[in-house]
Write a protein that binds this ligand. Sequence first.
Ligand SMILES: *[C@@H]1O[C@H](CO)[C@@H](O)[C@H](O)[C@H]1NC(C)=O
Ligand SMILES: *[C@@H]1O[C@H](CO)[C@@H](O)[C@H](O)[C@H]1NC(C)=O
Ligand SMILES: *[C@@H]1O[C@H](CO)[C@@H](O)[C@H](O)[C@H]1NC(C)=O
Length: 463
Amino acid sequence: MAEKLRHSVFIVSFMLCWISVSCYSETLPPSQAQTLLRIQYILNFPSLLSGLRNGTDFCNLQPSSSLTVVCYEKSITQLLIIGRKDTPRLPENFSIDSFVTTLVKLPDLKVLKLVSLGLWGPLPSKISRLSSLEILDLSSNFLDGSIPPEISSLTQLQTLIFDGNMFDGRLPKGLSSLSVLAVLSAKNNSLGGPLPDSLGNLENLRVLALSNNNFSGEVPDLKNVENLQVLNLENNSLGPQFPLVSSKIVSLVLKMNRFSYNIPENVQSYYQLEHLDVSTNRFVGPFPAFLLSMPSMTYLNIAGNRFTGMLFEDLPCNNELKFVNLSANLLTGILPSCLHSRDKVVQYAGNCLATGDQSQHPLSLCKNEALAVGILPHSKRRKKASKFVLALSISGSVVGGIVLVGLIALLVRKFLAKEAKKSPTRIIEEHASTGYTSKILADASKFSSLYMLAFDEVGRDLL
Ligand SMILES: *[C@@H]1O[C@H](CO)[C@@H](O)[C@H](O)[C@H]1NC(C)=O
Ligand SMILES: *[C@@H]1O[C@H](CO)[C@@H](O)[C@H](O)[C@H]1NC(C)=O
Ligand SMILES: *[C@@H]1O[C@H](CO)[C@@H](O)[C@H](O)[C@H]1NC(C)=O
């Protein structure tokens, strides 16, 4: 993935260079120069803008890591102001409204990056008057309230980044009208509610990053987002269905959500998948060992779920695999030998493996826990029954009738007898399903395509 990202960074920087080379050296019209000076004033004269003075040739400023101004035909087309990390909120007299009113006086802006400047308050909807915007990045500020739905009238937008603010409310449904949007990132906010289905219409989307918010419900169908390469949904309340994405996915991060069931069979067709993190969810059922041998996989994290099943010494792994975390599941058997390698970080503590050096539970724990999923309805029923007996005995003692006490005794005896009949069946069921699981696991290493099908079957059984 690093390769691909580097590639896109290269293309973007090439485009930036091309635009700046075509930049005329004429000075800006006074109105745009005044606008920049006004921005400096509203931002309370941050030291990173100290180079701006009346009379500065703004279009020919040496670009720096904190300030870049690019002009084209006497108009500012790019404004990038990047403050220091952890810049505090601007003082009380800052007005986001007059700030944006000033910004929209630069009507030809294509790239606007205002990062770590202490901006605070609700983002005014008039930001949508910057109708030429292609890249908007307002990361690491203190913007709050909801994302204005008018954003979706910025139809040239290719990149929209709101990371590290305090936005709440939902993602606007109208985002789907941003037909050339390639990057949508709103990590580390307080956004919530369900994700709009219209995300599935963003045909050009490559990166969707919504980690560390409060989104809930199912992930909309993203199969038609054909070029989606990065989906990061870490730390929300999404699930239980595994997301539907295109087979071109490169990085899929579902960590810390409510995804459940097993990982579906079609994940096997994600031939470009390099980074898969499903840790700390509610996945259950046999560990889909094909994940280890997928052709592009370098990072695999399934820790903190209830994956079951037996691992084998000779399970195959992809050579490029560099990181594997299997910790805190219900795996038994032996760590595959392809994972014993000095160039790999492999963690597997908190399972029931027979492999020595990371702390393991006794085998019986994994077996019983794996079955617990299957027999849950039984234990619930039993609990109800004993509550009923308890309720009866309490009311019995209040009434104090001997007949009633006798009746209760009779009931209890009947109940116990029934239970005694029930338990042997349960034990047989348990044995039957363990036998089934390990048999399929054994066959699986021989018939890899049948493998997943069988896994799914067992997964459903365990549910
Ligand atoms: C805001 O208040 C600060 C002092 O806290 C002052 O220096 C600055 O000039 C004021 N800015 C505006 C835009 O009024
Ligand atoms: C900037 O300089 C011009 C003339 O050089 C002048 O007309 C204008 O008032 C000045 N603006 C500020 C804000 O000082
Ligand atoms: C692996 O997963 C365990 C359990 O979730 C976690 O405690 C551990 O930090 C993880 N290891 C790494 C290197 O991320």
